[in-house]
Structure formats: structure tokens, C-alpha cells
Design a protein around this ligand. Structure first.
Ligand SMILES: Cc1ncc(COP(=O)(O)O)c(C=O)c1O
Length: 306
């Protein structure tokens, strides 16, 4: 991807022009936070649509605030920069956008104040995250980080070591993805996605107080389930063995999109097939990512001028 353009410190430049010092605090201590955003390519209209760009940048600036990273940009300016960057790269395929805000100073010590704060945004084509339409997962032995430890809400880069260790453990054993429990044993989320369970016809998902990232896809799923399927959606703590008793399970996330889970810890979930509710939610989700549903068209921003 070295030939792509990136947004770096207020300018769109070629990726090869950007370098980071080996002494940079983001590299040495993980003092950085990021976002993951998708833009969906619509072949029919030959248009690229970013999905919920505003919500992603609102969360990004909130993460920056917690980490004391001061960027001189508003949400609107970041939206504008992202659209300009996508145009410059001229991608005509579904694309992943990765903004990172970081402590750039090359000083010893993990201090979060008086630093050289920087931003870079890069993007790259991205299809299916796992290449699979259904997943066999396992609960990891690594506990999820906590809000008062390394806040999952901030999408801090350092937090993804927790995710990496969990994925490493279960992927090496042949599973497709991990599920974290909190330190007190509540179901939390995947390494990069939220989790939903269907039990007795209700849609249930762990609450923010169980140390999840407040996912934008999660929010979209909740909206669609309530508004389009008339489902009751409950945010509450979930016990590990409730997963085994679930009628349906699925992950939600920008990279993961909506993907059914058919096994947990070698127990078959429901019938072992894609459940009815998961399938409907997945269809509804993909029906709104390219602006085709007028009710949710405000989630989609067209990139190319027509
Ligand atoms: C730990 C974690 N949980 C959940 C999600 C899903 O969030 P979103 O739907 O906003 O992508 C992500 C992805 O950003 C994540 O990294």
C-alpha cells in the first residue's frame, strides 16, 4: 500500500513520505488511539459510501480527550479530510479507513501531557474480515481489560495487546475468534467486535458497564432490531453458559460486520445453522450500508461528486 495517499498532520501526502521515529511515545508505550471505519462500494451507482463517519469521529475525539491527545480538528473537519483522502486514493471497492491519533514526541517516559500530538489517516481496500460466513469460537483464558485499568471505551492502541493475546490463544487451537469474559466472569465481547445473543426471542447484549467498546455496529444492530423487527433488545450482563443455551449468537463490528456464531467452546449453538434473527439483521444491515434505505440514508456519506 506504499503508493497510497494518507492524511498526515493536516495534509494529504504519499504514504512513503510519512515516517515515525523509533523513539516516538506511541511506538514505545502505546500512547495512541484509533478508529476503524468502513466505506461501502455500490457497484450499481458507482459510488463509495462511508458508514456512520460522524459517529466514528465523535468516538475518536472522545478517545483523544481521555488520552489527553489534543488534535486541532473538529468532527466536521475530520469528515472532510476523510472524504478528500478517499477521493484522492480513488478507491472503487469497499474500503477500511484507519485514523490514528498519537503522542509523537520522542522523549523517555509515558507522560500524556505537553506532547507532540499527531494524526494520520490511512485507508485500504477490505472485503470480509475473516473470509468466513459463520464462526466457531472459544472463550479465552485472558480476562478483558477494565475501564479503570485500560479503558476499552477509548480504542487505545495499547488495549489491543489484550485482544491479540486472546486471538492468539484460540486461533492456535483452530477456532475462528475469541470471546472475552470480564474479571468477574461476565461475557464481554470479542477482540474486535461486540456480541449478541438471542434467547426466548429477545435480543440480548452485554452493557457498557461490562467493559465493552460501545460499538457503532452494535448501535446499528440495536436500532434495526427494534425499529425493523420489533424485537425487545436487552442490555444486561450475560453468563458464560448462557452462550451455550442461546438460540442464536452473532458478532457485530466494523471489520466483522454481522457474522453468525455457530459454535462456542465446542457446543453447537441453536440448530448449528444461521439463525432466523441473525439472518434478518445481517440482511437489514447490508441493506443500509450503501444509502439505499431512505430511513437510514443519513448514515451514509457519498464520496465521489456526481
Ligand atoms: C474491542 C472492540 N469491540 C467492538 C468493536 C466493534 O465496534 P464498531 O462496531 O464500532 O466497529 C471493535 C471495533 O472497533 C473493537 O475493537
Amino acid at each position: 500500500m506504499n503508493e497510497s495517499y494518507v492524511f498526515y498532520q493536516g495534509k494529504i501526502v504519499e504514504e512513503k513520505e510519512v515516517s515515525i521515529s523509533i523513539r516516538c511515545k506511541a511506538f514505545n508505550y502505546g500512547l495512541a488511539c484509533f478508529e476503524g471505519i468502513r466505506a461501502y462500494w455500490d457497484e450499481e451507482n458507482e459510488q463509495l459510501y462511508t458508514f456512520r463517519l460522524r459517529e466514528h469521529y465523535e468516538r475518536f475525539l472522545q478517545s483523544c480527550k481521555t488520552l489527553y491527545i489534543n488534535l486541532p480538528y473538529t468532527v466536521d473537519e475530520l469528515i472532510e479530510a476523510t472524504i478528500e483522502l478517499l477521493r484522492k486514493n480513488n478507491f472503487k471497492t469497499t474500503t477500511y479507513i484507519r485514523p490514528i491519533a498519537y503522542k509523537g514526541a520522542d522523549k523517555i517516559g509515558p507522560t500524556l501531557f505537553d506532547d507532540d500530538d499527531r494524526i494520520v489517516i490511512y485507508c485500504q481496500p477490505m472485503g470480509s474480515y475473516t473470509g468466513k460466513t459463520e464462526l466457531k469460537v472459544a472463550v479465552t483464558s485472558w480476562a478483558r481489560i477494565e475501564d479503570n485499568m485500560l479503558p476499552p471505551r477509548t480504542k487505545a492502541t495499547a488495549a489491543y495487546l489484550n485482544s491479540g493475546l486472546a486471538s492468539l490463544e484460540v486461533l492456535r487451537k483452530g477456532y475462528d475468534e475469541a470471546i472475552f469474559l470480564t474479571r468477574n466472569g461476565h461475557v464481554c465481547e470479542g477482540p474486535g467486535e461486540n456480541i449478541f445473543m438471542v434467547r426466548k426471542g429477545k435480543l440480548i447484549t452485554p452493557p457498557p458497564s461490562d467493559n465493552i467498546l460501545e460499538g457503532i455496529t452494535r448501535d446499528t444492530v440495536i436500532l434495526l432490531a427494534k425499529n425493523e423487527l420489533g424485537l425487545e433488545v436487552v442490555e444486561r450482563s450475560v453468563a458464560r453458559t448462557e452462550l451455550y443455551a442461546a438460540e442464536e449468537l452473532f458478532f457485530s463490528g466494523t471489520a466483522m460486520e454481522v457474522t453468525p456464531i455457530i459454535e462456542v467452546d465446542d457446543r453447537v449453538i441453536g440448530s448449528g445453522e444461521h439463525g432466523e434473527i441473525s439472518t434478518k439483521i445481517k440482511e437489514l444491515f447490508f441493506g443500509i450500508t450503501t444509502g439505499k434505505n431512505p430511513k437510514y440514508a443519513h448514515f451514509c456519506t457519498p464520496v465521489y461528486e456526481k
